[in-house]
Ligand binder design. Structure first.
Ligand SMILES: CC(C)(COP(=O)(O)OP(=O)(O)OC[C@H]1O[C@@H](n2cnc3c(N)ncnc32)[C@H](O)[C@@H]1OP(=O)(O)O)[C@@H](O)C(=O)NCCC(=O)NCCS
Length: 342
């Protein structure tokens, strides 16, 4: 086993945008980790932006092992972390990766110390979250050892919008229209709380949380569908568009990433679907999902994606029945470290 690495053995750079050499070194590191772990260490969104020098105002933390002698090759990139500090609701979030040849030497611990310092400076009081991909045991062990707690596992599912899309069959007595900003806000918050009573991350949204999203540049009420029975809101499907010319945000409701420029193909998202408990079991969720998918298709989008809690078996089977297949699994860890007040 190689000896532990200390601050003296490393050079750490915290950067905004990256130059081509830095992008290249990170790409090699990511490739090596992907080979060794069987899964990519960074989310697709971060990886896509990295190709173009990274997203702003994210922080890139590069950890180099110092060359032992002057005659050696230049310092080697042994660890990388991406820190996003733009989500005011959920707080900062990070993804990190260590070269497989240098694991269990304390590099993740060193990286995290820098990430924590950056995160605290950019977002005082914000509780850092870590995301890991593929549910790797080493990630969970490292996160726990560093005082983080696993709080959520999410599956990303995708579906082509070129493939056959059945028509939406609404249950009797249900009307669908688009969301009316202002008029529907309070009723929607109540419905969302009832629909997600078992999924507090989503279910505890307040009016202020809703308004924050409505103020975002990507918000489009024409893609936000609500179902009514006798004038009462009983279900909804809020869609979203990422990429292309839009200023969309990925994972916004999860607080994973928030960006203002996209370097990738546009994709539609089934952002949130909810049905009132009393209306379940009659095909309303399926019909609302289809209404939204038809809308996304009508915008010319090639594909739809969504995130669902890994334990939400009802939703997963609904989406599987509509042709969605697994694309990625993300596990979120939240910093449980209690810090003394400063
Ligand atoms: C997870 C990962 C970042 C750990 O990097 P690392 O530099 O090997 O981790 P460290 O050496 O700093 O380990 C710190 C502590 O985490 C725990 N830990 C790390 N890897 C572990 C493993 N494979 N098994 C058990 N515990 C582990 C240990 O408690 C370790 O302390 P110790 O070695 O003194 O016992 C690395 O495996 C990786 O890059 N994986 C792919 C990407 C990923 O999953 N990122 C994690 C996002 S949360």
């Amino acid at each position: 086993m190689q000896p532990p690495v200390t601050e003296r053995d490393v050079r750490v750079e915290v950067l905004g945008r990256l130059d081509a050499d830095e992008v290249g070194r990170i790409a090699v590191l990511v490739e090596r980790a992907t080979e060794a772990d069987g899964v990519r260490p960074l989310s697709e969104h971060v990886a896509l932006h990295l190709r173009h020098g990274g997203d702003t105002p994210a922080r890139n933390v590069l950890l180099y092992l110092r060359a032992e002698t002057a005659a050696e090759a230049p310092d080697r990139l042994a660890g990388y972390a991406h820190l996003d500090v733009t989500d005011a609701v959920e707080g900062p979030s990070a993804e990190l990766v260590v070269d497989p040849a240098h694991r269990r030497r304390g590099i993740a611990r060193l990286l995290l110390a820098h990430v924590r310092a950056e995160s605290a400076a950019a977002s005082p009081g914000g509780r850092l979250r870590l995301w890991s991909h593929g549910g790797l045991p080493a990630a969970a062990a490292m996160a726990e050892a560093e005082g983080f707690r696993g709080v959520r596992a999410l599956v990303q599912l995708r579906r082509s919008l070129f493939a056959v899309l059945p028509a939406a069959a609404l249950p009797a007595g249900i009307d669908v229209r688009t969301f009316r900003p202002g008029a529907d806000d309070a009723a929607w918050v109540d419905l969302n709380a009832a629909a997600f009573a078992a999924h507090p991350e989503q279910g505890r949204w307040t009016l202020a949380d809703l308004h924050q999203r409505m103020a975002e540049p990507w918000f489009d009420p024409h893609g936000f569908f609500v179902a009514e029975r006798s004038g009462v809101l009983v279900g909804f499907h809020w869609t979203k568009v990422h990429g292309g010319d839009s200023t969309a945000h990925v994972h916004d409701h999860l607080g994973l990433h928030t960006h203002d420029a996209h370097g990738h193909e546009p994709i539609g998202e089934v952002y949130v679907v909810g049905v009132a408990p009393a209306e379940r079991g009659h095909g309303l969720g399926r019909a609302l999902t289809l209404v939204g998918l038809h809308h996304l298709r009508s915008l010319g989008l090639p594909e739809a994606m969504l995130y669902v809690d890994a334990d939400n078996t009802a939703a997963i089977s609904l989406y599987a029945g509509l042709g969605f297949t697994p694309w990625d699994t993300d596990v979120m860890f939240r910093d449980g470290t209690v810090r003394p007040p400063s």
